[in-house]
Write a protein that binds this ligand. Structure first.
Ligand SMILES: Cc1nn(C)c(C)c1CC(=O)Nc1ccccn1
Length: 350
């Protein structure tokens, strides 16, 4: 079995939505595939009308194959403060022809305001590890966990793009989607995330940081630069988070290269003049180097004046690990591989 479906960006690539077929006859909803969480939840006939603003709603009573999971409930809170909760059914779920008959479909009886105002997002399809699925009393499996054994290969891949549709594939690696080699790194799934350590990062063209220049006579008093060219970054690969949330030290290093940049309390992060030229941000996994073009990091205008723009790289302070969100992932072809025992992440240029 294999599946392939488009990942279409909303404005500013704030999220990517993918059509999913639920039930019999098929009800098509556009879901946010989220490698940072593990619940498949949807706006539904059970969502109060006051909390629905244009979203498509799954109606289990209109599906001949839906079955209520008696006594089961779910309740999820995301790091950005959003949340949702409700009941649980199983039904047929089809993603680009990859199908599972008894997938847990979590129907929302409550969604927080940011979901209500996100009018094209009909729900989330979690692709982190099933150990953090929130259904009680019996935890449910993710779509990938459910279909993994039926897939030609125990993988799903993300080819997200900047301002244009990309692709989520299940069960196969499409060699036409990348160039060079796929470099793999082990995943620590003990917290339920696709957590990895990137071997190094660098800001701008390598000549920008001293460590890469041949300073043969660097006086001992010279500040030895945080040698980013070999500083690892530990974080989660998170398709459901818009930005790249990185350590304060990395943010300081990056925005020190942008003369108009400031860390604004009112804007909630680093902002700069919208006409600023931003440096590239490069990270390496093994022998593969991924470069995020500076333009990708000029994320979006702060307000309608279009004078100040918000950075695509922001601080991971208070999270406990970095979050390699869409800003980082859309520059790469990413392979999420899990044979059930030793998960790996693969990165390739494209
Ligand atoms: C943005 C953010 N801030 N902090 C502290 C974290 C942990 C995040 C990531 C996050 O919450 N992602 C998300 C939100 C809604 C749906 C899916 N993923």
């Amino acid at each position: 079995d294999t599946g392939s479906a488009a990942a279409t960006p909303e404005q500013y690539d704030i999220q990517y939505l993918t059509p999913v077929s639920l039930g019999t006859p098929p009800q098509i909803l556009n879901l946010d595939f989220d490698s940072g969480s593990s619940d498949l939840w949807v706006f539904s006939s059970e969502t109060p009308a006051s909390q629905v603003k244009g979203q498509a709603q799954y109606n289990p009573s209109k599906s001949s194959t839906s079955k209520e999971v008696s006594g089961a409930t779910w309740d999820i809170s995301y790091g950005d403060g959003s949340s949702s909760s409700g009941n649980v059914y199983t039904d047929v779920v089809n993603v680009g022809n990859a199908t599972f008959a008894g997938q847990a479909v979590e129907t929302a009886q409550q969604v927080s305001s940011s979901f209500t105002s996100d009018t094209n997002n009909d729900g989330l399809l979690g692709l982190a590890f099933s150990t953090i699925n929130t259904v009680q009393p019996e935890q449910q499996k993710t779509f990938f966990d459910n279909i993994r054994d039926d897939l030609d290969s125990p993988v799903w891949t993300a080819d997200l793009k900047h301002n244009e549709p990309g692709t989520y594939n299940f069960g196969f690696i499409d060699d036409s989607l990348y160039t060079g080699k796929i470099a793999y790194t082990d995943v620590d799934s003990s917290d339920g995330f696709w957590m990895i350590t990137l071997d190094s990062y660098s800001v701008g063209s390598s000549t920008s940081n001293l460590s890469s220049r041949a300073f043969h006579h660097r006086p001992s008093t010279f500040p030895s630069p945080s040698d980013s060219a070999s500083t690892p970054l530990t974080g989660i690969a998170d398709t459901g988070t818009t930005l790249a949330l990185l350590p304060d030290s990395v943010c300081t290093e990056y925005y020190s290269q942008v003369s108009s940049a400031a860390n604004s309390q009112t804007a909630g992060g680093y902002v700069f003049d919208c006409d600023a030229t931003l440096p590239d941000f490069t990270y390496t996994v093994g022998s593969t180097t991924i470069t995020i073009p500076g333009e990708y990091i000029n994320y979006a205008p702060v307000d309608t004046t279009g004078e100040q723009c918000f950075g695509g790289i922001q601080s991971d302070a208070d999270i406990g690990f970095s979050i390699f969100g869409d800003i980082a992932l859309k520059a790469a072809f990413v392979v999420f591989e899990d044979d059930g025992s030793s998960p790996r992440l693969g990165f390739a240029q494209k």
